[in-house]
Design a protein around this ligand. Sequence first.
Ligand code: ADP
Ligand code: ASP
Ligand code: MG
Length: 411
Amino acid sequence: MPVLVMKFGGTSVANIDRIRRAAKRVGVEVAKGYDVIVIVSAMAGKTNELVGWVSEISPLYDAREYDAVVSSGENVTAGLMALVLQEMDIPARSWQGWQVPLKTNSAHSSARIEEIPTDNINAKFSEGMKVAVVAGFQGLSPEGRITTLGRGGSDTTAVAFAAAFDAERCDIYTDVDGVYTTDPRIASKARKLDRIAFEEMLELASLGAKVLQTRSVELAMRYNVKLRVLSSFEEMDDNAGTLVCAEEDIMESKVVNGIAYSRDEAKMTLISVADRPGIAAAIFGPLAEAGVNVDMIIQNIAEEGRTDMTFSCPVDQVMRADKALSAAKAAGSIDYSDLVADKDVAKVSAVGIGMRSQSGVAAKMFKTLSDEGINIKVIATSEIKISVLIDRKYMELAVQALHDAFELEKA
Ligand code: ADP
Ligand code: ASP
Ligand code: MG
């Protein structure tokens, strides 16, 4: 039997009614003759609640226990979905990560999938089970402990299952009807894309467009998974939603195809760092060890052997970063006078593969922001993106202004 993977995000399983509605869709695919692997997220808001409880107890929590707690939301929805399907006379069974077992490395709270053995689930399919409902977001470490794949990780579970089972398609059901030129919740003029290239989706995701987890796009690209994003609320036919596909499969593309944002950024500056060979390694080594995801970096010109070093990271990692750097300072491996954290910044990015061959995109972006009176604090570029760090209060304005400037509402 051909296999189909269907993933339902938090809002699509937010209550029993929604689970029933999602199950109906699963029923439609089963009726077409598919063996279906359903990947479920926790009910909307559940994971945030669980994370909140962990942080309340322990701001610098033990990541193994964090995973033990936050993975639990998916267990509930997997069981409920299997029950609803059974009530519809569809043979279904739930699977937690460890039962598959979905094997990951030991990087708790952001684990990487290493292997998904297919024999257990396939054996059940051959015994007549029609739907395997798998708890997304979770796996099993080599040490035998539960891991999680990072926020939004159920998308990655879904794509990894599609690759492992050689599924015909991986459908990501969510609360919007596809991938848009920017977050439709922020810019009412956002336009749905029928197709988007893997590379662009990868950039948009890594720059904050949470519609797909970055790692899921990476995996889909590597294993050539047919990946589709669509709404679980509207009636959808087989061509609905957005297909994430190879660049060659897209007829026409603009220079900029999407605007992404990441709201919860922080900018940290080490003032008057003693400048010497190896200083960057001495700063960013301890940060990496502490699990701080450093993004943009600027080093100023040194004067009299001292310089300022600025970097950005997620705002909830400021405490970790502070602790790691203070410890390095106390140990004598770095020397700086002060550490200043600006916790009110956001990152806004323009993405497009057309940038590879067209100049002037950065200039247009900077001019647009300047016309709105928005000050740019840090700039970073790559082949197909330009990112700026700005005051968080201007984030929505910047997204809308850039969406207008690059005429993204027009097809
Ligand atoms: P789920 O719970 O189904 O995984 P998410 O909340 O993780 O859903 O992702 C869907 C959300 O992603 C949308 O509600 C939307 O606000 C946001 N989003 C951000 N950027 C985009 C974009 N470019 N296109 C579509 N949605 C986007
Ligand atoms: N429930 C997890 C989260 O909210 C995983 C997911 O939904 O993809 O991040
Ligand atoms: Mg998600």
